[in-house]
Ligand binder design. Structure first.
Ligand SMILES: [Zn+2]
Length: 171
């Protein structure tokens, strides 16, 4: 796996399909600005809480490992062992919470007009008498009933180009 691919974690989420890497980064930046401090405070709290709970289990694991290997544990080596278990867990939870927060934010940015039944974006679809038929789940979506405005369906940026082609083909 190439490094840029590894860093471009957003490729794992369907929300970003059809956007270029540059557009993805712009969307993520927008999301980060929208969330403000919450974008790092909430992941930090979640990761801290998880690490605290995990350290109890880690302490047990370190003791079991030491017993199996016939090692005697000093205070320092116990601490080091626990640290080695807890640090990766902290990093994983922190980035996971942060990513899901940002991706959720991007989804809201992109899907201003999401289908209320399946969350598929209804942007660019033809409106017939205040109603749009969702191409994904087939439900008839009455716009006024779901608080969707006509402007929300008008394609503008950010807007996935590949989906535009997809819809053009279906129409
Ligand atoms: Zn739908």
């Amino acid at each position: 796996m190439r490094l840029p691919r590894l860093l471009a974690y957003y490729r794992a989420y369907p929300e970003f399909d059809g956007y270029s890497d540059e557009q993805c980064r712009k969307l993520l930046l927008q999301a980060r600005l929208r969330r403000g401090d919450a974008a790092w405070v909430l992941p930090l709290l979640a990761a801290g809480g998880f690490a605290a709970a995990w350290s109890v289990i880690a302490l047990g694991l370190v003791r079991i490992a030491a017993a199996l290997l016939g090692l005697t544990l000093t205070g320092e080596s116990t601490l080091l062992g626990v640290f080695m278990f807890v640090t990766p867990a902290f990093i994983v939870v922190y980035s996971w919470v942060r990513r899901s927060m940002l991706v959720r934010s991007v989804r809201r940015l992109v899907n201003r007009a999401a289908c209320p039944f399946c969350e598929f974006s209804l942007v660019g679809l033809p409106v017939k008498i205040n109603t749009v038929r969702c191409p994904e789940c087939g439900e008839k979506v009455r716009l006024s009933e779901h608080g969707i405005r006509h402007e929300d369906l008008r394609p503008g940026l950010p807007y996935p180009p590949s989906s535009a082609g997809e819809w053009a083909r279906r129409a």
